[in-house]
Design a protein around this ligand. Sequence first.
Ligand code: MD6
Ligand code: FE
Length: 202
Amino acid sequence: MKNCLPHGFHYLPGYFSRQQQEKLVELVRAGIKKAPFYQPIMPKTGQPTSVIMSNFGELGWVSEKSGYRYDSLHPKTAKPWPKMPQELLDLWRDVTTWPQNPQSCLINWYREKSRLGLHIDASEQAKNAPIVSVSLGDQALYRMGGLERNSPTGSFKLSSGDVLVLADTARHCYHGVDRIYGGTSTLIPKGGRINLTLRVVR
Ligand code: MD6
Ligand code: FE
């Protein structure tokens, strides 16, 4: 991508092997049996998002009409989120030097028409802890910008098994998903793309 990437932006293409990716999908499938995907509502517009979500870990990121929050309970079942898989804790240890473990893993499932608008992740009190992101399934066009909404942006494709780390300045930069390239991966039986984001919340 042409524009200068922010400090602390790390792209690790092909981090996970196909076999490891299959294991992660299996873990997600087991997780959503207990904590089903739900369709968040964007508080500003009252509209549902095109991405459906669930979480692993002691805290889950939840978006409803009333606002965004981290919650220890699923918004629909009112049960705790499934435990954070060890495989994701191992990833965190391998790619960050942050002393705490992530308390939250947001699970996003994109279908072919799903998008994620340009945003900053700002619901966490631990504002300087890195965020680690895992792409599984169909390819996505990922957009990375700067500290301001109108900063220059650039885009590139993410593929299944790729890992991104947003630390330092990059942690505070705008980013989003412009499009999903449907049918570009056979990893997820129902198709689409799953993104996992690991965060320290407090
Ligand atoms: C996605 N990722 O890749 C959306 N947020 O589907 C994010 O919104 C994101 O990749 C914070 C840090 C890294 C990310
Ligand atoms: Fe984000």
